[in-house]
Write a protein that binds this ligand. Structure first.
Ligand SMILES: NC(=O)c1ccc[n+]([C@@H]2O[C@H](COP(=O)([O-])OP(=O)(O)OC[C@H]3O[C@@H](n4cnc5c(N)ncnc54)[C@H](OP(=O)(O)O)[C@@H]3O)[C@@H](O)[C@H]2O)c1
Length: 225
């Protein structure tokens, strides 16, 4: 098989002191984001404007109904990419309004044709990659080669973060630290997925930068594979 290509991938997340991404299971992270400093919000939107594309998981679309557009600074909207194996997201979700920004729905071969057709009719680009579930390495290759995506942001949630890290697809991590503790043993944290078996399985990071944006510390890491 030919070597797969991939964009440079930046994982970006707002995160509490106890490593959580939201206030509880099934709760929108928009509540936490309301408490982000203006400076950190600007950083988030500037980063979106700098990158070619942005990807979030299908559960995040269901719970947060995200727009994933550039709003607080001047700049072009990135291409939005939503992995959703069965194309079962609501057609009226904000991210599928393609008037101002393009959207790719990445589905598997198991997605029903009538659902795929309904998304195509809305102006959404549907990319098929994977048998039963979206194949992330293949999706990265398609984004790079077919859509010329050289820089991709992933903005969670934890399940998507896990799949991307598990396949060695993340290059950098940027955390916007929120000075709160929310608790909750099943509250989503930065990375979900499977438990590691030993210390050898820890994903190692190198701290590259720290900076204050208003009341929020922002840390930047390089992922060492
Ligand atoms: N603080 C923050 O920065 C932040 C950012 C984003 C989200 N959040 C929060 O995170 C929560 C949602 O996170 P989540 O972990 O539940 O969901 P998620 O990561 O948003 O979505 C799960 C994704 O993983 C895919 N997936 C699952 N298993 C797979 C497999 N075996 N192979 C390929 N793809 C697979 C799903 O695709 P299918 O559709 O195919 O199942 C889906 O796209 C929400 O509460 C949201 O508010 C916080």
């Amino acid at each position: 098989m030919d070597t797969l290509h991939k964009p440079h991938v930046l994982m970006i997340s707002e995160i509490t002191v106890d490593g959580k991404l939201t206030l509880g299971k099934g709760v929108s992270s928009k509540i936490l984001m309301k408490h982000m400093s203006h400076e950190a919000e600007i950083l988030l939107h500037e980063t979106r404007a700098e990158y070619d594309a942005i990807m979030v998981g299908s559960s995040t679309i269901r719970i947060d109904n995200s727009f994933l557009t550039v709003r607080m600074v001047e700049g072009e909207n990135p291409l939005r990419v939503i992995p959703n194996s069965l194309a079962d997201l609501p057609l009226d979700a904000n991210v599928f309004n393609t008037t101002n920004a393009r959207t790719i729905l990445a589905v598997s071969k198991a997605a029903p044709k009538e659902r795929v057709d309904a998304f195509t009719a809305k102006g959404v680009d549907v990319v098929v990659c994977g048998e039963d579930r979206v194949d992330f390495p293949k999706l990265m290759d398609i984004l790079y080669t077919k859509y010329q995506i050289k820089k991709l942001i992933i903005e969670g949630g934890p399940t998507l973060n896990w799949h991307m890290l598990h396949h060695d697809l993340v290059d950098e991590i940027r955390l916007i630290h929120m000075p709160f503790i929310v608790g909750g043993s099943d509250t989503p944290s930065l990375v979900g997925g499977m438990q590691i078996n030993s210390e050898n399985d820890m994903i190692k990071l190198e701290l590259m930068n720290t900076k204050m944006y208003g009341s929020n510390m922002v840390t930047e890491y390089r992922v060492l594979y």
